[in-house]
Design a protein around this ligand. Structure first.
Ligand code: FAD
Length: 555
């Protein structure tokens, strides 16, 4: 039922790594930037067998009663499965996993085969005051899968067996899909019928439809296809008090719209079992290209114009100068930006007053659609970008971005092994706040890293998920880990960043779910009355509070 060969302590499967072959400058440059020791002591993850887990609190008769409901194979209490479901894939999760610190694993993991078994498990759990945590792909980055400390036992419900594309309505362009479907399987089932969902988060390979809905996810092509919020037509949720199904009527004027209560519910209101999703015809062409701007301001001005006056791109990713330099360092030989670092290319860039490592900002822009329409939109977009000083770098860079877009999470494991702290803060803001938010957040993180003992650090930002009214910022920070204080150190940096976000008009509630880690900020941002209403919704659907307790401060 679980994917075989999973890196329980990292990202993806054991047979895949981020290859740094052909990148001789990577380690020397990183060592110099982060002031790492010349030969850092490798820090491999402790073997799984050495992790001491607290024993499962479910005694034999209780486990047997669950097995009678679901079948013997569908109820597991062994160490491997408990570790794999104990936390998500955030930096602090991986640091703890690698050190073998798994203090609150679930007491059992169950794999229901259908909606009836989901409902039966919730009734079983409510009768015994056992908490239930829905589990999709396990890629949560905000503590959404972690059992609450305390005496109450927890059962994690893995939706891996509810993973079918049930039906495609070609006329309405919608598809009914079960919640446990992972990105690649879901897309290939739709592609086989000529459709796409168009949702490609960086975690695409190992995240599920249910997880996307429960965290209001946004993908890399959301500027064109929309975020999960726009892509979801209706949701079916099994709650402890019954089944809730939102209406499948795209132009309904009835409100309040309860669909939006379920989007971002983080498993705290019930288990999403299926959803009706809005799908599009597979594009005939995906034309992605790179451009270089003299400053972040220029790139943002171009994006703002494209989003206000068109043509609106499908994919947008604008790196600040620090990230552009990082991308140049990481690009593979002969592909991507490295292809631009030969002598002739250097001379050309210098002549155009650009430098990949000193001030220029890389933008990846992409259009999906029919060939002629895409070409027309590109001509218009290039004219807009040129008005803001944009220099076209052509398709090779866009193609290389497409090829590598799901691979960077693998690099994180390599960095962790070398004692590097690495994480990304996500926030979003309106156009008028974006630049000051970028500046203040960067300043705050740059100051926080050395203050934690993490060396000079490196901070770089990407503007993504762009829409008419604003955009998201994804800010990656790197520093030297302080051995033995990795989580506290990380938390000090995150706290400094989030205070800067709040003070500068950003929101903590961006595309990831908001849970334990960041709960003070959204609660402060929505205010007491809204929080009271959210709690009353929770009370109506889950009066005994068995669903993912503690996942957010407000639910
Ligand atoms: C390397 C990396 C890159 C990422 N990139 C992106 C990105 O580009 N965009 C983005 O939006 N996010 C991103 N994320 C975050 C994460 O992938 C998303 O939050 C994703 O939507 C989680 O999906 P999942 O299936 O893995 O859910 P899980 O991690 O299993 O669960 C997440 C939360 O949803 C709840 N949940 C899961 N399934 C259900 C269900 N069926 N019913 C009710 N509740 C449920 C869980 O209880 C939990 O609270 C990234 C994470 C990583 C580690």
């Amino acid at each position: 039922m679980d994917l075989p060969n999973l890196r329980w302590w990292g990202w993806g499967t054991l047979d895949q790594t981020y290859s740094l072959e052909n990148q001789p400058h990577f380690w020397p440059t990183l060592r110099a930037r982060l002031d790492l020791p010349d030969a850092p002591e490798p820090r491999p993850a402790v073997p799984l067998e050495q992790i001491k887990l607290p024993p499962s609190r479910l005694d034999h008769p209780v486990v047997a009663s669950l097995q009678r409901l679901l079948g013997e194979e569908a109820v597991r209490t062994d160490a491997q499965v408990r570790v794999e479901h104990a936390v998500g894939k955030a930096y602090r999760d991986l640091v703890r996993l690698r050190a073998g610190k798994v203090t609150h694993p679930p007491d059992a993991v169950v794999y229901p085969a259908d909606e009836g078994q989901v409902a039966a498990t919730l009734a079983w759990a409510a009768d015994r005051d056992i908490a239930v945590i829905p589990f999709g792909g396990g890629s949560s980055v905000h503590g959404g899968l972690e059992p609450e400390p305390g005496d109450r036992p927890t059962v994690t419900m893995d939706l891996a067996r509810l993973a079918q594309v049930i039906a495609v309505d070609r006329t309405s362009r919608t598809a009914r899909i079960q919640a446990g479907a992972r990105g690649p399987a879901l897309e290939s089932a739709l592609n086989a019928q000529g459709f796409t969902l168009g949702h490609f988060p960086r975690s695409f390979e190992f995240s599920t439809l249910g997880g996307w809905i429960a965290t209001r996810s946004a993908g890399q092509a959301c500027s064109g296809y929309g975020t999960i919020k726009e892509l979801t037509e209706a949701v079916r949720l099994v709650s402890p008090t019954g089944i809730m199904e939102t209406r499948n009527a795209p132009a309904s004027t009835a409100g309040p719209d309860l669909l939006h209560v379920l989007l971002g519910s983080e498993g705290a209101l019930g288990v999403i079992t299926e959803a009706t999703m809005r799908i599009r015809a597979c594009p005939a062409v995906q034309d992605y290209r790179g451009l270089l701007f003299h400053s972040l301001e220029d790139g943002l001005a171009a994006l703002q114009e494209l989003n206000h006056h068109g043509p609106r791109p499908t994919v947008v990713c604008l790196s600040d100068a620090a990230e552009t330099a990082g991308c140049a360092l990481l690009s593979r030989e002969r592909r991507g930006l490295r292809g631009l670092t030969g002598r002739v290319a250097d001379l050309y860039l210098t002549w155009r007053k650009h430098s990949l490592t000193n001030g220029s900002c890389l933008m990846i822009l992409g259009f999906d659609g029919e060939p002629q329409a895409v070409e027309r939109r590109w001509q218009q977009a290039l004219a807009v970008c040129q008005d803001h000083g944009g220099l076209s770098l052509g398709q090779a860079i866009g193609e290389s971005w497409k090829l590598e877009r799901f691979s960077h999470p693998y690099l994180r494991d390599t960095l962790l092994e070398a004692g590097v702290m690495v994480d990304a803060i996500k926030t979003s803001a309106s156009w008028s706040n974006l630049l000051s938010l970028h500046r203040e957040m960067t300043t705050a993180i740059r100051a926080a890293i050395p203050a934690t003992g993490g060396g000079p650090g490196y901070v770089m930002t990407r503007v993504c998920h762009v829409h008419e009214w604003g955009a998201s910022l994804s800010t990656t920070f790197l520093g030297r880990q302080v051995p033995g204080r990795e989580v506290e150190q990380w938390w000090e940096v995150v706290r400094a960043a989030m205070e800067a976000v709040e003070a500068n008009g950003g929101t903590a509630a961006t595309y990831h779910g908001i849970s334990q880690d960041q709960s003070p900020w959204p609660a402060r941002q929505v205010g007491p009355l809204a929080t009271r209403i959210q709690r009353q919704v929770k009370q109506a659907l889950d009066p005994l509070s068995i669903m993912n307790p503690g996942v957010t401060a407000h639910l």
